[in-house]
Design a protein around this ligand. Structure first.
Ligand SMILES: [Fe+2]
Length: 267
């Protein structure tokens, strides 16, 4: 039996009727993503949202997000990004006990045959991310507690440079090296999945694959130029489907959001 984990990230929900960046109503984009998720021929076992759930971390934004997610007919798990507020996130989802009550929002959950270990890279008031000693110690303990189950480590800020300069400036600025050592010491960690970049990116990290996923709404413009503007566009939105298959491999399908022509038979 396969385990299907959908990753939706950077939804940036605002209060009803409010536009992100003065331009973009992100709510219908999330609804379209949920529609695509629920039309998939094989229903995901769970969905993980890897941060930037809201645009400003306000209570009204989490209330709107909760209303939108209420239609999702599968378990979902929420992580904070740099646009979020831990306390308002917890208050907005009182039934999500895994969000805990500590300084950070970090949790481990089992989804069918795999384990997800979510670590909190956010720093209140900062766009950049950080893994301090306390968070890294927690990760060491969690991974040591189960050295056998295939594990996906989820985090908002990716632990690698992307070549998009303005995003690297607000990337994971501390703890990436230690993270790499910890993961390399745990061969049951099969993947590191991240948000923040609003694009699909893959790279090698600690001997495995690390990836970022696109947003269901807006994407970060692809420009490696040293003076590239911090800017977004409306390239096709999407999400990732991570599949742990019965042969013991983790593979990722990139799913475009929307309804498209077809299917047509090949014959
Ligand atoms: Fe974001």
């Amino acid at each position: 039996m396969n385990t299907l984990l959908a990753q939706v990230t950077d939804t940036h929900i605002r209060e009803p009727g409010q536009l992100a960046y003065g331009r973009l109503d992100t709510a219908p984009y999330l609804s379209a993503a949920l529609g695509t998720l629920m039309r998939m021929p094989q229903k995901p076992d769970a969905v993980i949202l890897t941060g930037d759930l809201t645009d400003f971390g306000r209570p009204g934004e989490y209330a709107h997000l909760a209303k939108l997610l209420a239609s999702l007919n599968m378990p979902f798990y929420l992580m904070p990004g740099n646009h979020d507020d831990r306390d308002h996130l917890r208050d907005g989802f009182p039934n999500h006990g895994y969000l805990g009550t500590g300084e950070f929002i970090q949790f481990s959950i089992k989804v069918r045959d795999i384990r997800i270990v979510a670590i909190d890279t956010t720093e209140p008031g900062l766009s950049s991310g950080r893994l301090c000693a306390a968070r890294l110690d927690w990760l060491r303990t969690e991974l040591a507690a189960d050295p056998a189950t295939p594990t996906v480590v989820a985090m908002h800020h990716p632990p690698f440079k992307t070549l998009i300069g303005h995003m690297d400036e607000i990337g994971l600025l501390e703890g990436g090296g230690e993270l790499e050592s910890i993961i390399a010491a745990h061969p049951n960690v099969k993947r590191v999945i991240c948000g923040h970049l609003h694009r699909t990116i893959y790279t090698g990290f600690a001997g495995i694959v690390a990836s970022t996923a696109p947003s269901p709404a807006h994407q970060v413009c692809l420009d490696f130029g040293s003076g590239a503007d911090s800017a977004w566009n409306l390239e096709p939105p999407g999400f990732h489907l991570h599949v742990w298959n019965s042969a013991g491999a983790l593979l990722t399908h990139a799913i475009p959001i929307g309804q498209f022509e077809g299917p047509y038979p090949y014959l």
